[in-house]
Design a binder for this molecule. Structure first.
Ligand SMILES: O=P(O)(O)O[C@H]1O[C@H](CO)[C@@H](O)[C@H]1O
Ligand SMILES: O=c1cc[nH]c(=O)[nH]1
Length: 267
């Protein structure tokens, strides 16, 4: 008996864009023929040309509101790379619009805070995420789990196992407040955030970011595959950051894993 893969089933009509709207997405401004079979979502728009440099036949979508999107060919497949900036509300808008244009496979790549035993420079793969963001509540109530796609994560695990970099797979924590929940600028705020970090560590989370739980929830509800793979770039306790040279090397490896995985998924 064939098994029904939950996330690959299109379970909406939750996305309520008309055919006309879906033909050219409102914010990213792309039309169906400008997007590929899979999407890599990045926060920082500066990552887009660096990823595009690894692809051929690169087409740039007209930039709108600072949202940079390109589609190129890698290993014979068309892949869209879209930058959302920062935070769950805009990240899910970008995913939702690309979904409306026909994309069903999504991977967020970028950076996350390292929760021990994850260390700066390690890869952290989200199997799921604690939903401390606000945006995912607009897709499903809090009891609904934010879970990464099993097929996509199986492919990613195989690529990570073949890489030389240390990696961890597990649960992320996704928070809206960078300076209120993740990175304390003042002593008092650091102390408060320190208590949250102790709790995060007690629960065994592997990393924190600002988008993953919203993207995983939105993708599940819409009926798409989604996961997150990041480089851990900030130490949760010391707030020390990765240096630029180490980040360049890690980012190049991250791009290779992401492009290889997104172009070797089963249909
Ligand atoms: O993956 P990148 O784009 O680096 O994003 C991470 O960095 C930003 C906060 O520093 C958030 O958007 C977070 O998720
Ligand atoms: O500290 C960090 C680093 C990357 N991304 C985050 O959201 N927080």
């Amino acid at each position: 008996m064939p098994c029904c893969q939950g996330a690959s089933r299109t379970r909406m009509k939750v996305h309520d864009m008309s055919e006309e709207q879906a033909a050219s997405a409102w914010y990213i401004g792309a039309s169906r023929d400008e997007v590929g079979e899979a999407a890599i979502l990045v926060g920082d728009p500066a990552r887009v040309p660096r990823l595009a440099a690894k692809m051929t036949n690169v087409h740039s979508v007209k930039e709108n509101r600072g949202l940079k999107t390109v589609t190129g060919t890698y290993a014979g497949k068309r892949v869209t790379v879209a930058a959302f900036g920062m935070g769950a509300p805009i990240a899910t808008i970008v995913l939702h619009e690309l979904f409306a244009l026909g994309i069903r496979n999504f991977l967020r790549i970028g950076t996350a805070m390292a929760i021990p035993p994850a260390k700066i420079g390690d890869f952290v793969l989200a199997d799921g995420a604690l939903r401390a963001d606000g945006t995912s509540n607009s897709y499903a109530p809090l009891g609904f789990p934010a879970i990464a796609d099993f097929t996509l994560n199986t492919v990613l695990r195989a690529k990570l196992a073949a890489s030389k970099r240390a990696w961890h797979a597990g649960i992320y924590g996704t928070y809206d407040g960078f300076y209120t929940e993740m990175f304390g600028l003042s002593g008092a705020r650091r102390e408060m955030i320190g208590k949250l970090k102790q709790d995060i560590e007690r629960m065994g989370l592997i990393g924190t970011d600002m988008e993953t739980s919203a993207l995983l929830t939105a993708a599940r509800i819409l009926g798409a595959r989604c996961s997150t793979l990041c480089v851990a770039t900030v130490d949760a306790h010391s707030q020390a950051k990765i240096d630029d040279a180490a980040m360049d090397v890690a980012e190049a490896e991250l791009f290779d894993v992401a492009l290889d995985a997104m172009t070797s998924l089963p249909a």
